[in-house]
Design a protein around this ligand. Structure first.
Ligand SMILES: [Zn+2]
Ligand SMILES: [Zn+2]
Length: 463
């Protein structure tokens, strides 16, 4: 029995593990590398395994850094099932189709460039057809129900409280009479995140594979980010500036809507909110459909007129024309994807707002190295967008306290419920984050920790 770490090793994106038990070989997640050009290039590397020989995939949640290479896996011969919670299955469907469309557009653009330079055309990472072939392989499994996926492999999905449908996985593995329990944390949410439930607590596992995104940081303004967002809105209204928020279409956008509804309700502020992301609009529909995974507060709000995701000042734009019309607006809130501003319509809104001193840019989620969001957070004076230099005169606010990820304290608290596992493997974090968290787990909780490199193999069950 072994685990091979094939991504998200000393970095945040590209989550993917091979697990081998007896004759069974399966993947946990099959995510895309995101960030700058260098990170994205890794997606074209050959898989460390033969996709024909992968029996099935278990998916923790819908985010592209966990699911984004599934169509490529299918394109290269994978023919098994992909197990995930019902909400994840629905979200993955729209996300993979959207991602495939982006890959095609990107390849088309690269091809035009390549032709002009006398080079040959560029193939997309995968196309919409590959994504469509992936969808029927998704097999829903409810939270908390044990499911035997192969002889010697039983899985439970526990709520990870990160985004709708997100799970951490409890795997019970057995080979030649030897039994081990392995827990993959997926991405862990903050307790008290709106809409969804808190991460579940488990007390025992032999092996713990754990994320470390915020392993070296506490969220600033913990507990107060909503108040701060309210202040930003008031200030923007006063000065006639816009509030531009890059947000993941799935999860972050819906949470922001939840908070904005509350702020507008309580302050009586008359401000219009635009969700400018067709994917976010589709994802919101799926949130509406999956109330079964809402927390108590969200359930109560569901009963109110308009539900959670509709309030009088809220508008969803769909066409490119409607999106462009937003360039003329003043004193409005614009939520658009991508969440790290490395692609998508948000880049147009940043181009039109960054240079205006009266504008406010709100960074409300994790920003990977190499992304535009990260550069803004680090205080860049100017950035390049669409071949133009754009001065950064707008106020850039760090509201990562709104993040869907647990911070260092919350990760330690969650891990603290376990009796020390035989081995804890820290992934899904940049080196400083993973190593810092590792040190704290060793010192405070007496855990035995490793921070693997990409492609490291960890034997299971040998005492
Ligand atoms: Zn995630
Ligand atoms: Zn992730």
């Amino acid at each position: 029995m072994f685990i091979q770490v094939c991504g998200a090793a000393r970095e945040v994106t590209g989550s993917c593990y091979v697990v081998e038990v007896g004759d069974t070989r399966f993947l946990v997640d099959c995510g895309m590398h995101q960030g700058g050009e260098k990170e994205f290039k890794q997606n074209f590397d050959a898989f460390a395994f033969d996709p024909h020989e992968v029996d099935f995939v278990v998916l923790t949640h819908a985010h592209i850094d966990h699911s984004g290479l599934l169509p490529r896996l299918v394109k290269q011969g994978f023919s098994g099932s992909i197990y995930a919670t019902p909400a994840t299955c629905d979200l993955v469907e729209i996300m993979l189709l959207d991602s495939a469309y982006i890959q095609e557009m990107e390849a088309e653009w690269q091809t035009r460039k390549a032709r002009r330079a006398g080079r040959r055309e560029v193939d997309p990472l995968y196309n919409q057809d590959d994504a469509r072939k992936t969808i029927p392989k998704l097999k829903p499994v409810d939270y908390g129900k044990s499911r035997e996926l192969a002889p010697g492999v039983t899985a439970f999905f526990h709520d990870a409280g990160h985004i709708l449908g997100s799970a951490f996985l409890e795997l019970r593995l057995e080979e030649k009479g030897e039994k081990v329990k392995v827990l993959f944390s997926g991405d862990l949410g903050q307790p008290d995140q709106p809409i969804i439930r808190d991460p579940e607590i488990i007390e025992q596992t032999d092996y713990l594979v754990m994320e470390s995104t915020y392993g070296d940081r506490l969220h600033s303004h913990n507990g107060e980010p909503v108040k701060e967002l309210a202040e930003i809105l008031k200030e923007a209204k006063r000065s006639g500036g816009n509030v531009v928020i890059p947000a993941f279409a799935v999860g972050r956008t819906q949470e922001l809507l939840y908070f904005l509804r509350e702020i507008l309700d309580q302050s009586g502020l008359d401000m219009h909110v635009y969700v400018d992301s067709p994917l976010a609009s589709r994802a919101t529909e799926i949130f509406r459909r999956h109330r079964e995974v809402f927390d108590d507060m969200a359930w109560r709000l569901v009963g109110e007129p308009g539900g959670i995701f509709d309030f009088p000042q809220l508008h969803y734009t769909s066409s490119a024309e409607e999106s462009k019309e937003l360039n003329e607006k003043k004193g409005v809130v614009i939520i658009s994807a991508s969440g790290m501003a490395d692609a998508g319509r948000i880049r147009h809104h940043l181009k039109h707002n960054l240079w205006r001193p009266e504008s406010h840019i709100v960074i409300a989620g994790f920003q990977a190295r190499g992304t535009l969001g990260r550069r803004l957070l680090e205080g860049a004076d100017s950035v390049h967008l669409f071949g133009e230099e754009i001065a950064v005169k707008a106020h850039v606010h760090d509201l990562t306290g709104l993040s869907a990820h647990a911070d260092q304290g919350q990760l330690l608290a969650w891990a603290g419920h376990f009796a020390p596992p035989r081995l804890t493997i820290l992934t899904h974090g940049e080196p400083e984050s993973a190593l810092t968290l590792g040190k704290l787990l060793e010192e405070r909780l007496h855990f035995n920790v490793m921070v693997p490199e990409k492609y490291d193999i960890i034997e299971l069950g040998k005492k």
